[in-house]
Structure formats: C-alpha cells, structure tokens
Design a protein around this ligand. Sequence first.
Ligand code: ARG
Length: 498
Amino acid sequence: MAEKLWGGRFSKEIDRSVLKYTLTTDIDSRLIRYDIWGSMAHLAMLNNGEIVSKEAAGKIFSALLKLYESNERGTLTLDPELEDVHLNIESLVIREIGSEYGGRLHTARSRNDQVVTDTRMYLRVELLDIQKNLYSFVNTLLKLSDECTHKIAIGYTHLQPAQPISLAFWYSCYASMFLRDLARLESAFNVTNLNVLGACALAGTSFPIDREITSKLLGFDRELMHSLDATSSRDFVLQTASTFAILMSNFSRLAEEIVIWNSHEFGLLAIDDTFATGSSIMPQKKNPVVAELVKGRVGRIYGVLMQLLTMVKGVTLGYNCDLQEDKPMLWDAIDIIKNTTSILHQHIENSDYKSDRAEELCWKNFSTVTELANYLVREKNLPFREAHHLTGLLTQKLSTEAMDMRNTAFVREFLAQQSIALSEKEIHDCVSPIKVMERQCSAGSTGPDRVKEMVKKLQQELESFQSRLEHKSQVLQDAENATLKIAKDMQLKTITGG
Ligand code: ARG
C-alpha cells in the first residue's frame, strides 16, 4: 500500500470504498503531461526566487524529466492508491530522489491551484484543436459555396416551400453560423488561458513567489490574480460547456436537414454509401445514421452543461470536492464535439445535393409566386398587397386544376381577366426558379453576386482566425520547450538510493 503524502494527522488507513469513491486517477491520465510541465515551471520559479536550492532543483528536474519522457513513451501509469495525478507525480519524484530533495517540490503550491492549472492547460489544447477542426469545416463550406452560386436549392419556412435559393446560399449559411461558434470557442480559450498557479490552497503564500515566471513558462496570457477566485471558480469550464452546447445545437440543425433532404419524399440530398447503414430486415433501406446520431448526442452535450451548472451551484468559496466532478463530463464533451465536427465535415463532403430536382420542385411548389407579385408591383404599378392577393388566388386555381406555373397560357388568361397583360414568355421568365434566384440583389440575399461577396468576406474572417490559432499554438509549444530546456540545463545526475 502506497504511503499517503497527507498521512501525518491520520492514525488509520482510508477505507477501500472511500478511496474508490473519491479517486480520479483514471480521469487524470489526460493531465499527466501538464502536471509535470506545471511542476517544472513551478520549480524553476522556486529556484529563481531562491526558495529551493540549485542542488535540490537539479535533482527534482532530473526526476521530472524522467517522468516526462516516460509519459511521452506511454509507459507512465497512475497508481489509484495515490488518489490523483498530483499526488502520483509528487510521490514518483520522492521515490526517485528521496524526500530530502523531492519533498521540496510542493513548497508554495497546493493541489487546489494545481488541479485548475492542469485542467486549464489541457483544455486550452483541446479548444485549439476543436477550433482547427471547425476552421477546416467552414473552409470546406465556403469552397463548396464558391462552386455553386448558380445552382438551385429550395428555401423553406415552416418546412413549406418558400423561395428558391442557391445551393451556395445554403452552404454559406452554415459557414456564417459556425464562424460565430469559432468566435465563442476563441473566447472560451481566452478565459481558460489564465494562470492560477501560485494561488496555493486559497490564500496565496508567505513565500516570495513570482507568478509572472510561471505564466510565461506555462504559456498563459497572464495571471488570474485573486487566489480565492482562482481556486474556487470553474466558470471557464461552464463557458466552454455552453459554447459546446450552442455549437452542438447548430450541428444538429444541419444534421436534421441532412436527414430530411435525404428522405425519399424530398430526394434533395444523396448521401454516400460510406456514410449510411442498411437494415437487417428491409433490403431497400439506406439509413442516414451519422446525422441521426449527431442529433442524438446533442442531449449528452446539454447534459454536461446542466451537470456543471448544478455542480457549482451553492458551492462555498475555496476548493470543495464537488468541483472534482467537472472533469469526467468535460472530457466526454470534448470527445463528442471533436468527433462530431470531423464526421459532419466529411459527411457534407460526401453528400450530393440534387440541384436539378430542386429546380424541378420549385416549378411545381409555387415557390416563385412571390416574384410574380413583385413583377406586378414593378411593371404594372400594383400595390404589393393587391399583387399578393391576386397571385395567391392564381396559386389556388392552378393547384386545384393540378397545374403549376409552367402552365403559362392559363396564367396569361387569368391575368388578362384582371386587365393585366403579360406575355407567356414574360411569365415564364418571371417565375423561372433560376432566374428568380439570380434576380435577388439586396445585400445578404441569395443572388449570385451577393453570395460571392459574402463568401469572400466570410473567407477573410476565417483567415484571421487561422493566423491567431497558429500564433496561440506556437506560444504553447515555445513555452513547453523553454520549460524543458531549463529542466535539462539544470538537471543533476541522481545519486541512486537518493
Ligand atoms: N483530484 C482533485 C480534483 O480533481 C484535486 C485535488 C483537490 N484537493 C484536495 N484537497 N482534495 O479536483
């Protein structure tokens, strides 16, 4: 049985069921790298302030480097007996070089500031990764948009045919939407990337620590100064989870459209065989299971947000073990969001929107009648309300006779009865789906020039994200390398038996 680092005031061993109920070693495996890196930065700072001697620091660095390398090789596993990652790493250091040296690492820090430091360090990497994945998805949507500004798609309101739009307008709508998700992810990153190390248990410390040094070595933007706030708050996790919840709800709208457009009755979207599964009994089935699962998993992401909001509610200031429950849920959410972003991206790339069918349906579903009303306003000086009424009546008559807007002779005759003279060619041009779509010209409309303008602007906005993303990744990498360099420069050969 491993000896407890906090064992001094205890005369009995912890109950096995209590240990099992409270330990976090399984969840903490994602934090090992950050716990070691954080320990190195803390130690460099302690040594710089002459709180720990060069000799002790050298020995501790050598032990930490060994652990770092072992973790890189995938051979470092956490011992559940030691509760969590922090006590594991500290114990391994002490086991390697003895307590006289290793026992100095935990000077002027606490697991309460360590756990938030590690979580922030891990989360920011995942937030960057998710942003990169979403960036590439938006990039694909904008590329697809560029190729189909003249292709027809159907625009719905109330899921009733409304007006023809371009396929580019549909793709770029999701790009426009997801760019706001990118901005929210960036903002979640910014509140996450703050240094809480040095807050110690809650009240700070009487040692002359320098928190700017650890901020720099850990790649944080700056310190979250207030020690009680730093150790108590989990709102960076809440902000991340709510950002995920909004993103997932946006994903689920796309997923729902995939399912509906793909149905036999709509027949607007053909999904690739590689993105569907069949039925064990009905041979004809090709089910859009990926999109269905995206929708199905939304509840898990909303659930994480609800769990986290409930977890922090009514928790007094200072660390409370309630807060330990943030990580399992957050890890789960990170995995779902990452997988969903990349699979939906591939799903869209492997689906084929049937523009020809959309155009055909737009003739049949009366979705260009608004444009006939507009034409009567423009060319025949009718008040819009009257034009609306008249074309509504026309729609009713055509549909009861099982006709559509292609029956131009009928339309011409109907209008002539109202003393409105339009030729059949004029009517046809006025309500042709492609022409209707191309005629839209207001800012932000579906007209090809307007869509091209928007796609260009969205692309520029996207590029600005990319340079910031690359910069942030670089800062983190440089900081880790700088910390490792200090550790390597200062390490001393361990005396075996320590
Ligand atoms: N394992 C804890 C967590 O995940 C960190 C240790 C907190 N400190 C304590 N005194 N139990 O939140």
